[in-house]
Design a protein around this ligand. Structure first.
Ligand code: AP5
Ligand code: MG
Ligand code: ZN
Length: 218
C-alpha cells in the first residue's frame, strides 16, 4: 500500500505516519525529516534546504524532486510493504514529477489522504511539539507528553524543538501552505483521488478514519 499524506503544518502527518509504520511496516518518507537530516550532516542539499526551511518557505521543486528520486532509487527495493509520503508532493510540479517517478520505478499510489484542520489549532500543536533527535518520534507537552520530560519514550533520545517552530516561521509555513500546497488538494480532488479526514479529532480517531479509508482501497 502506497500512501500520500497531506495536510498543513502540525496537522499530524508525522504522528499518523509513525502509527502506520508500526502497524503495517510501511516506510515513512518525510521530506522535512530528510532535509533536517541533510542539514545536520551539512550536505549540499542540507545547506540549500536550511536557507528555505528556517523561513518557512518551500525548498525549490528541482532540489526536492531530485532528493526524492534519489531516495526511491536507493530504497524502493527495501520497501516491501509500501510507503507513506509525508509532506511530498507539496506543489503541482512535484505531483507531476511523482507521477513520472511512479511510471519510471513501477509503483502506484493507492490513497491520497488529506488531514483537514483549523489553523488556530495548528499553532497550539506546533508550539507544544517536542521531537526526538534520535528516532524522530513526536510528542506534545499537553496532548502526548513523554513519560519523562525531555526524554523519548521509544528510544531514550533527547527531545528538542525544531528551528521552524517559532511564531514567525509557523506563520510563514501556514502562508506557504495556503499559497502553494492548497491548490494541490484541488488537483487530487479533480482526479477523484482525494480522501479528506478531520484532523482535529484525537490522534486515535484520526488513525481510525485513516484505516477505514485504506480498508476501502484494498
Ligand atoms: P515538515 O517537516 O514536513 O513540516 P510541516 O509540513 O510543516 O509539518 P510538521 O512536521 O510540522 O507537522 P505534522 O503534520 O507532521 O504534525 P505532527 O504529527 O508532528 O517540513 C518542514 C519544512 O521542510 C517545510 O516548511 C519546507 O521548508 C521543507 N519541505 C518539506 N517538504 C517539502 C516539499 N515537498 N517541498 C518543498 N519543501 C519541503 O504533529 C504536530 C504536533 O501535534 C505534535 O506535537 C503531535 O504530538 C501533536 N498532534 C498530532 N496529532 C494530534 C491530534 N490529533 N491531537 C492532538 N495533538 C496532536
Ligand atoms: Mg512532520
Ligand atoms: Zn526516540
Amino acid at each position: 500500500m502506497n500512501i500520500i499524506l497531506m495536510g498543513p503544518p502540525g496537522a499530524g502527518k508525522g504522528t499518523q505516519a509513525k502509527k502506520l509504520v508500526e502497524e503495517f511496516g510501511l516506510t515513512q518518507i518525510s521530506t522535512g525529516d530528510l532535509f533536517r537530516k541533510a542539514h545536520a550532516e551539512q550536505t549540499d542539499i542540507g545547506i540549500i534546504a536550511d536557507y528555505f526551511t528556517k523561513f518557512g518557505r518551500l525548498v525549490p521543486d528541482d532540489v526536492t524532486n531530485e532528493m526524492v528520486t534519489e531516495y526511491f532509487k536507493n530504497n524502493l527495493k527495501d520497501m516491501k510493504n509500501g510507503f507513506i509520503l509525508d509532506g511530498y508532493p507539496r506543489t503541482i510540479v512535484q505531483a507531476r514529477e511523482l507521477e513520472f517517478m511512479a511510471a519510471h520505478f513501477g509503483f502506484k499510489i493507492d490513497a491520497v489522504i488529506n488531514l483537514e484542520i483549523d489553523p488556530e489549532i495548528l499553532k497550539a500543536r506546533l508550539s507544544g511539539r517536542r521531537t526526538c533527535r534520535q528516532c524522530g518520534t513526536t510528542f506534545h507537552i499537553v496532548y502526548k507528553p513523554p513519560r519523562i520530560e525531555g526524554v523519548c519514550d521509544v528510544c531514550g533520545g533527547e527531545l528538542y524543538q525544531r528551528a521552524d517552530e517559532n511564531e514567525e516561521a509557523v506563520k510563514a509555513r501556514l502562508d506557504t501552505y495556503l499559497k502553494q500546497t492548497k491548490p494541490l488538494i484541488d488537483y487530487y480532488q479533480m482526479k477523484k483521488e482525494l480522501t479528506n479526514i478531520n484532523g482535529a479529532q484525537t490522534m486515535e480517531d484520526v488513525y481510525k478514519d485513516i484505516k477505514k479509508c485504506l480498508e476501502g482501497k484494498k
